[in-house]
Ligand binder design. Structure first.
Ligand SMILES: [Zn+2]
Length: 114
């Protein structure tokens, strides 16, 4: 008999962080902005303790610790240059921008086959 695999602690922690993030979003939407920022600061601290800092900054702005809510605190924009395209995320509160590059898969090959 094989033992059942235990859930990875990282995965468990990520769900926990998302739970806190949902709560901060609710606080922010209801107008408790300072409380939301304090909570998200704690979120980042907790994430850094377990080496999940990069994950925490997907949920929280790196500069002003406002929770990332698409359309409300952050705008997304997709841009294309050459063969690469990237997503620009811009924080409305402090103006911090972040680039995330991704590649198209097989777009050029399909065009050549035709
Ligand atoms: Zn910000």
């Amino acid at each position: 008999m094989r033992r059942q695999k235990l859930k990875k602690p990282e995965k468990l922690l990520k769900t926990e962080l998302q739970y806190i993030y949902n709560y901060t979003c609710r606080l922010y939407r209801e107008g408790y902005i300072e409380e939301a920022i304090n909570l998200s600061k704690n979120l980042v601290k907790l994430a850094f303790k377990y080496k999940l800092g990069s994950y925490a900054f997907k949920l929280v702005c790196r500069k002003c610790y406002v929770p990332v809510i698409p359309g409300l605190t952050v705008t997304y924009r997709v841009k294309r240059r050459g063969g690469k395209s990237y997503i620009l995320t811009r924080c409305i509160n402090c103006g911090y921008t972040r680039k995330k590059v991704f590649k198209h898969k097989g777009v050029e090959k399909r065009a050549r086959k035709k």
